[in-house]
Write a protein that binds this ligand. Structure first.
Ligand code: MN
Ligand code: MN
Length: 314
């Protein structure tokens, strides 16, 4: 009896410690992504090259975390998501631009994902505020038992009452170890699903407000890719080189074409991407854009769902 009790105590202690350790890595990933965005913030001004922001953010994450969970995205004006600099990107922030910076870090697979938008034209402040408000409203709802669709409806409502449209194709997402876009989604619009939030889950809550229709389309020439966890026979030696670098350095996480362009010849890289895409082993994350002339703002934070609510890590 005595032994049994002490065993149970030991088990409880062990479980407790494991849980604590688990959250410690998620929290640390949050601290690092937040600090990385703080480096980017003062750089958002006319004349800054996008690649300087991207490289500063990624350098900080690489030096302080186990790795990058998503290449640093800098989205200008009508771009909603998935733009990261190609090699030698000459794109510069102009007067009056709307600038979004989005980044993610991981500690041993425990992920953080966070983004802000800055309006260099004060007239766009209300658009920025719409996504900040929508994300904050959604985060306040995060607790065990909350219906993801109710949260989506609230996001839609918040953005529409500010006079803008939510982006329908982009959602918040559950995070799991080494899995940036896990099964559950937090839509930016209302819907029919009955899926609920559960204790111990982690989510990236992100909302997008648009001056346009809220529909985004893919641009050609993606800059971000992700390997699928499948093995395919490959023909070219360059593809084998691509796979060995990507699997070793980026694990299951999406990566920038730029990172490989620094390590491989351009033609070889393009051939490897073509072969792996054709064999469905590599998926592109296309740049998503609103109509020309429209503007999109984004705001994102990572939260852990606790017993009674949530804890924000970013
Ligand atoms: Mn993000
Ligand atoms: Mn995200």
């Amino acid at each position: 009896m005595v032994n049994k009790v002490s065993d149970e105590k030991l088990d409880a202690k062990k479980d407790g410690d494991e849980t604590e350790d688990e959250w410690a890595k998620w929290r640390q990933a949050g601290v690092i992504a937040k600090a990385a965005l703080d480096i980017a913030r003062p750089m958002v001004k006319p004349g800054t090259k996008l690649i300087d922001i991207v490289e500063s953010v990624e350098k900080y994450i690489l030096e302080n975390a186990s790795g990058i969970a998503f290449p640093c995205n800098v989205s200008l004006n009508s771009i909603a998501a998935h733009y990261t600099s190609p090699l030698n990107d000459e794109t510069v922030i102009e007067d009056g631009d709307l600038v979004t910076v989005d980044c993610g870090a991981h500690i041993d697979g425990c992920i953080s994902d966070t983004a802000f938008t800055i309006a260099l034209n004060p007239e766009h402040e209300s658009l920025v505020k719409a996504s900040v408000d929508a994300t904050n409203v959604a985060i306040r709802m995060m607790r065990p038992g909350a219906k993801l669709n109710t949260i989506g409806a609230l996001i839609e409502d918040t953005i529409k009452s500010a006079g803008f449209e939510p982006i329908k194709q982009l959602s918040g997402h559950q995070l799991q170890e080494y899995e940036l876009h896990s099964e559950k989604q937090v839509p930016c619009v209302s819907g029919k699903s009955e899926v609920k939030v559960e204790e111990g889950e982690i989510y990236a809550i992100e909302t997008f407000a648009s001056t346009g229709s809220g529909n985004v389309t893919d641009l050609p020439n993606p800059l971000i890719y992700q390997l699928l966890p499948i093995r395919v026979p490959v023909r070219f030696r360059g593809t084998k080189q691509f796979l060995s670098i990507a699997r070793r350095e980026y694990k299951e996480f999406p990566f920038a074409e730029r990172w490989l362009a620094e390590k491989m010849k351009h033609a070889t890289l393009k051939m490897a991407i073509r072969e792996l895409t054709q064999k469905s082993a590599l998926i592109p994350h296309h740049i998503l854009t609103e109509e020309k002339g429209e503007l999109v703002s984004q705001h994102e934070h990572t939260v852990i769902v606790t017993e009674n609510g949530h804890e924000r890590t970013t």
